[in-house]
Design a protein around this ligand. Structure first.
Ligand SMILES: NC(=O)c1ccc[n+]([C@@H]2O[C@H](COP(=O)([O-])OP(=O)(O)OC[C@H]3O[C@@H](n4cnc5c(N)ncnc54)[C@H](OP(=O)(O)O)[C@@H]3O)[C@@H](O)[C@H]2O)c1
Length: 324
């Protein structure tokens, strides 16, 4: 496993982070704990959860946060884990929840469920572009200044809004966004393909901006929901409809053939190649992976130490270089 250090947080972030959307819903507590054990045993340090993951009852409890909080307490390893959660996700009807009252509600519920006094990284799960960045950055600043949030991130924010927010924060001596979390995988996609205009997917212009700013990107759905692994190992017929809608395109089919070639040449699994693509594409990128079993997770983690050369990355992106 390789790591990334993000000052002021002293605990390192593993370049593969374990996602947890389905903990406590389609993934039982017992399987989730086995996955967390396997991840930690393989030197994984970074866990990604959110207030809305597994929010199954009217009190707004998160089964994902609860399962992770209990696992950390039972193992006594809070200081060895970099813990990420997110809040202020829109209501189920799509309306914005951005307000100081809801911010405090989400922060306090996350602290309770995760059984922690602080979050290493806390993200706005979405943007509310109708609000001025000044209002948002002023609202969250006291939580960073008091240490409840060690560092701040923007999830599903466009680069122009991040730039605007950080410029305001800089000019007013407030905490900045130090990380962005967006959808990014070797397989390209768009918010339209996801049927959700509040999402942000990586594109060439944004990637150039992140490189130029040297801002870390935590990539979600980094395995393209298993598009490569499942199509290569089982054929297209077994792809879920949603995976097909989001990722099946002429460009991604060419990339699939390159993943197949590189995986064969390097004696690695497709999941290892696809995960290593994200962890190698920029020095500070992190692949957030979701898996539905310990077996899948072990397969994916086999990409944790893989270093891809610039020509191998160019081959995956454009098919231009010799993959050997
Ligand atoms: N910030 C945000 O708005 C946001 C949005 C989405 C996700 N996230 C975070 O990102 C995490 C990952 O997202 P994701 O679940 O969409 O990511 P993903 O890793 O691209 O997709 C996960 C799916 O890929 C398949 N898969 C995983 N490993 C595999 C392997 N080794 N071989 C074959 N198939 C494999 C599984 O599908 P099957 O279950 O069908 O087998 C699994 O459910 C989430 O858990 C969450 O923490 C954040």
């Amino acid at each position: 496993m390789r790591y990334l250090t993000l000052p002021p947080i002293s605990t390192p972030f593993s370049k593969i982070a374990l996602g947890s959307t389905n903990f406590g819903t389609t993934i039982s507590q017992s399987t989730a704990w086995h996955m967390l054990d396997a991840f930690f045993l393989d030197q994984g340090k970074t866990l990604d959860t959110a207030r809305v993951y597994g929010q199954t009852d009217s009190e707004g409890r998160s089964t994902s946060e609860r399962i992770i909080g209990q696992w950390i307490r039972k193992n006594g390893i809070r200081n060895q884990i970099t813990l990420i959660t997110k809040g202020l996700h829109p209501s189920p009807d799509g309306s914005s929840r951005f307000s100081y009252k809801n911010l405090m509600l989400d922060i306090n519920r996350s602290r309770e469920e995760l059984e922690t006094d602080f979050f290493d990284l806390w993200f706005f799960h979405r943007d509310d572009p109708s609000l001025p960045v000044a209002e948002i950055m002023e609202m969250v600043a006291p939580l960073v200044q008091s240490g409840v949030i060690r560092a701040l991130g923007a999830s599903n924010w466009t680069v122009s809004r991040i730039e605007e927010a950080n410029q305001y924060a800089q000019e007013h001596g407030l905490p900045l966004f130090i990380v962005s979390e967006i959808q990014w995988s070797l397989a390209t996609s768009t918010p339209a393909a996801w049927g959700d205009s509040t999402l942000v997917c990586m594109d060439e212009t944004s990637l150039a901006w992140y490189r130029q700013q040297n801002m870390p990107v935590f990539a979600y759905s980094s395995q393209a929901r298993g598009f490569f692994s499942k199509a290569i190992e089982d054929g297209f017929a077994r792809l879920q409809e949603k995976t097909r809608t989001r990722f099946y395109s002429a460009e991604n089919l060419k990339k699939l053939e390159r993943v197949r070639t590189l995986a064969t040449n390097l004696h690695l699994s497709p999941a290892a190649i696809v995960t290593a693509y994200i962890t190698n594409e920029t020095p500070s990128s992190v692949a957030i992976v979701g898996c539905s079993s310990v077996e899948q997770l072990k397969d994916t983690l086999s990409g944790g130490d893989v270093i891809l050369t610039p020509s191998q990355l160019a081959f995956l992106n454009q098919g231009e270089y010799d993959a050997t």
